[in-house]
Design a protein around this ligand. Sequence first.
Ligand SMILES: CC(=O)N[C@H]1[C@@H](OP(=O)(O)OP(=O)(O)OC[C@H]2O[C@@H](n3ccc(=O)[nH]c3=O)[C@H](O)[C@@H]2O)O[C@H](CO)[C@@H](O)[C@@H]1O
Ligand SMILES: C=C(OP(=O)(O)O)C(=O)O
Length: 436
Amino acid sequence: MEKIIVHGGQKLVGSIEIEGAKNAVLPILAASLLAKKGVLNLESVPVLSDVYMMNNVLKFLNVKVEMDEKNKTVSLDATSDLSYEAPFKYVSKMRASIVVFGPLLARLGHAKVAMPGGCAIGSRPIDLHLKGLEAMGAHVEQHDGYIEATTDGLVGADIYLDFPSVGATENIMMAATLAKGITILENVAREPEIVDLANVLNKMGANISGAGTERLKIVGVKELHGTEHTIVQDRIEAGTFMVAAAATNGNILIKHAIAEHNRPLISKLEEMGVSVSEEEEGIRVIGTENLKPVSVKTLPHPGFPTDMQPQISILQLLANGESSVTETVFENRFMHFEELKRMNANVRIEGNSALIHGPAKMHGAEVAATDLRAAAALILAGLAATGYTQVTHLKYLDRGYYHFHQKLASLGAEIKRVDESDVVVVNKEQLSEYHI
Ligand SMILES: CC(=O)N[C@H]1[C@@H](OP(=O)(O)OP(=O)(O)OC[C@H]2O[C@@H](n3ccc(=O)[nH]c3=O)[C@H](O)[C@@H]2O)O[C@H](CO)[C@@H](O)[C@@H]1O
Ligand SMILES: C=C(OP(=O)(O)O)C(=O)O
């Protein structure tokens, strides 16, 4: 198993490029299923394990997928006859593959996808996705670990989501593009990734308005076709580097970052005393020696993103006083705190809130990533701690961060990724072997 070893204490200084967003590219890859004609060409595709997984699902469904890692492009040709079934082997590896369900149903009138199940951060049901598709006339059944839906043709409907679920909004919006008539979808997710998906669907010939608001209007069309699209920048990767600057009292320019997408994070950073300024080339974040404590509550966009909760908690640990974080989106997203306690974090969990007593004198330890953002948070903690931190279970990190340790190293971090079997005990002498 590989691990990342961080020698903390360096201020991170410099500028950094951010990849295309994982959470935008995954549904956009799935949207290729809707194009009966032409090829969907994507640029700024992040080279992530999740992208390979989605490509594999699509290849299994008979989409021709060509990825060029060097140029970060993918071309998808779904003009052949498609299969309607995505088996467990593929779907179980990545929850987000459920977004093939709506497009398959719309295109073929039949979709059978293995139940995605939960993951470390929560149970993650898909009832809202299914309720929406049923309202459009799909007949949905669950059997033998699969969800299967059939329809003689989806029909536009008025649908109200009980919760603004990102995945349900994407699945229903994609299905509605080819439905007969008009779909009005209310209380939808407003994330920038939803807007990116709606933009690409419209370029493919769909008729969607209202993306980014609480109400979507989708006028069904007969057919969609290929197009070209550049994936929106990853606001969560950008946010993670903003926190890296703040956690190391550094100075980082996050190139081409879109402040509008990160308002809730920027507002919290400023409340903590961190300087955030918009420059021509991007967003500059300059840390402070005296971080102030803050309360954070995760909410659907434009509230504070749950995908930044583990990372900002590192700043709360370093802040001077009592902070709190309340997680309202996922029921089990505090696992990083148990690992952080090994690094001297002083945290008390009360229901869905974590009460954080700072400033913690963080020291290095061996810690295991429990999910994607926890992995990033533990590495950030290692940057701020004294001594050496070793982070294992990097498969989570690779789901969502491209070249994370290389990017941190380019900013001055002493960080190395090694094969665990190569390093048993870490001390300064051994680390010098790895040129940390
Ligand atoms: C690939 C992708 O884009 N992943 C993001 C997406 O996940 P995902 O699309 O899975 O997240 P949702 O917005 O659907 O889930 C939010 C909450 O709604 C609940 N729920 C959802 C659907 C449903 O049918 N029933 C139901 O109860 C979930 O269990 C969860 O508690 O949005 C999350 C919330 O911003 C982010 O953390 C994930 O990074
Ligand atoms: C929870 C996340 O992703 P996913 O929905 O793909 O698990 C995330 O990106 O932090």
